[in-house]
Write a protein that binds this ligand. Structure first.
Ligand code: SF4
Ligand code: SF4
Length: 56
């Protein structure tokens, strides 16, 4: 199950730095997870300061 980024995203970029699949990119206004690349490892969720990343 991939994850997605909600409107709680502050666009800090921390999740993009830790993603091993390069599934996260900068969107407007929030960061975006590519569901085809996400392996559901959960690393992005652990670093997000606002708990903006949730399972789809
Ligand atoms: S870590 Fe959280 S707040 Fe920062 S860019 Fe990613 S989703 Fe947004
Ligand atoms: S769950 Fe893992 S693979 Fe999916 S976006 Fe987050 S860090 Fe990347």
């Amino acid at each position: 199950m991939p994850r997605k980024i909600t409107e709680d995203c502050l666009a800090c970029g921390d999740c993009m730095e830790v993603c091993p699949e390069e599934a996260i990119s900068e969107g407007d206004p929030y960061y975006i997870i590519d569901p085809d690349k996400c392996n559901d490892c959960g690393e992005c969720e652990e670093v997000c300061p606002t708990e903006a990343i949730i399972p789809v």
